[in-house]
Design a protein around this ligand. Structure first.
Ligand SMILES: [Zn+2]
Length: 440
């Protein structure tokens, strides 16, 4: 049995915006990433597409892990359910689980689900089942608090220093990696806001702790490995990396880990089986970690694309396209799969000759362009100039938009030039400016 989710409509507690999200009714550990979602407390969380507020929706769900014979049910404190409701919920899931499992896997634990009122309690049960002691679980809980404090107080240098000093024994390699990951995510989410403070905090942790120094050294090794001139060298460098950093290495190496990598890994395992069984064992473990990563990435991509498709559908269903685009704008502009989903919808509509949908999709595209460029025609023109071939296309576009070459245009151009990080692009922009000046 795999996880069961349900799409529900919810209201953002911060801004009152209504939006849809998918919640887990049954979270099954057989699905990659699900256990982490539950243990970290991130399950059934959503980000409001309107204001960015992120929070967990407190709904009942069940957790199943066939390997550890766990069947746990979460009934949140603040959701009042009658005994009948609870029994019905459990009964429905038990029945579905029983049906999905082969007879030999239908075991007694499925008839005795454990109920939890807090997610922490449920997470503890999972960690216990995985063989973690109370002490280790307490340590994880303390690390979680430290992580939150570091993120919340990132702007206060003295406080960060004090936290690092006072909790040095909690900062191990795993902790540093989690911190780095979370900071990356936060920076992506909040764009520029607070980024410098977060970077400064991470630097403190990396410089002032043993684990931090180790991780930054290995990260450099991994990055160096990724830049190795041949695939063989990348592979050799990866094999040298300590086991605790494999998940990190797997995450960084996404673009290069394909069929070739796994074939080579399999060959190495066979080759070392006799001569060096220890190495074979190590490589086999490594293969597991990299495969797991790949599954997670594929699953995330699939989910991301499905989300984008849903947005396109919402836009197609909307009576007032402009308004819906406005409403979803932050999500549309930041969604990596949205352009692809929109294009796929267009191709599909074209193939089936659905003129009505085609027209609507075109209206959606125009409406989105209006948002991106509408408020700033100067920037729109600059982007256009950068997208046409140089110099003929640029010359022609400038001529066609002669009226738009205003002082405001030059102002915007100067801004873009000074913000440009790319040497080539800056040169191109400078040439473009000269051409524009000649025309104006
Ligand atoms: Zn909101």
């Amino acid at each position: 049995m795999r996880s069961v989710t349900q799409t529900i409509e919810t209201v953002c507690p911060a801004c009152g915006n209504k939006f849809t999200m998918e919640v887990y009714i049954l979270a099954d550990a057989a699905d990659p990433g699900v256990e982490d979602l539950v243990v970290s407390g991130a399950i059934n969380s959503a980000r409001c597409p309107h204001c960015g507020y992120t929070g967990r929706l407190e709904v009942p769900f069940a957790y199943h892990d066939a390997g550890h014979e766990l069947f746990l049910v979460y009934f949140p404190n603040n959701v009042s359910l009658s005994a009948t409701d609870k029994n019905q919920f459990i009964g429905g899931i038990t029945e579905a689980l029983m049906k999905s499992l082969p007879p030999e896997k239908r075991k007694g634990y499925l008839l005795r689900p454990k109920e939890f009122l807090t997610l922490q309690g449920l997470a503890r049960e999972i960690l216990h089942a995985k063989g973690l002691s109370d002490e280790e679980i307490d340590r994880l809980a303390k690390q979680e608090i430290l992580l939150n404090n570091l993120l919340n107080d990132a702007g206060d240098v003295d406080k960060v220093d004090e936290l690092v000093k006072r909790s040095a024994d909690l900062i191990d390699e795993r902790f540093v990696l989690d911190l780095l990951y979370l900071v990356d995510e936060l920076k992506k989410e909040r764009q520029q806001e607070n980024a410098e403070a977060l970077d400064a905090m991470v630097n403190r942790v990396q410089e002032e702790t043993e684990a931090g120094r180790k991780v930054s050294l290995f990260r450099k090794q991994i990055e160096k490995a990724m830049r190795a001139p041949s695939f063989e060298e990348v592979f050799d460098a990866l094999v040298e990396i300590p086991e605790s950093l494999w998940p990190e290495a797997a995450a960084i190496s996404d673009p290069i880990v394909g069929e070739e990598f796994f074939t080579k890994l399999a060959q190495e395992i066979v080759r070392s089986e006799r001569s060096d069984p220890e190495k074979a064992d190590r490589l086999r473990k490594m293969k597991e970690v990299f495969m797991e990563r790949r599954r997670t990435v594929e699953e995330a991509e699939r989910k991301s694309y499905a989300g984008a498709q849903q947005m396109v559908q919402q836009l197609l269903d909307a009576e007032d396209v402009d308004r819906k685009v406005q409403e979803l704008a932050p999500e549309i502009l930041s969604h990596p799969s949205f352009p692809l989903a929109l294009e796929s919808a267009r191709v599909l509509a074209e193939e089936s000759g659905n003129q009505e949908t085609l027209a609507k999709l075109e209206a959606i595209r125009k409406s989105i362009e209006k948002i991106i460029f509408g408020e700033n025609p100067e920037v729109a023109l600059i982007l256009k100039l950068l997208s046409v071939p140089y110099p003929e296309g640029v010359q022609a576009t400038l001529k066609a938009n002669k009226d738009a070459i205003t002082p405001k245009f030059f102002e915007a151009l100067d801004q873009v030039i000074s913000a440009s990080q790319d040497e080539e692009e800056r040169k191109l922009l400078q040439n473009l400016k000269t051409m524009a000046m000649l025309l104006s």
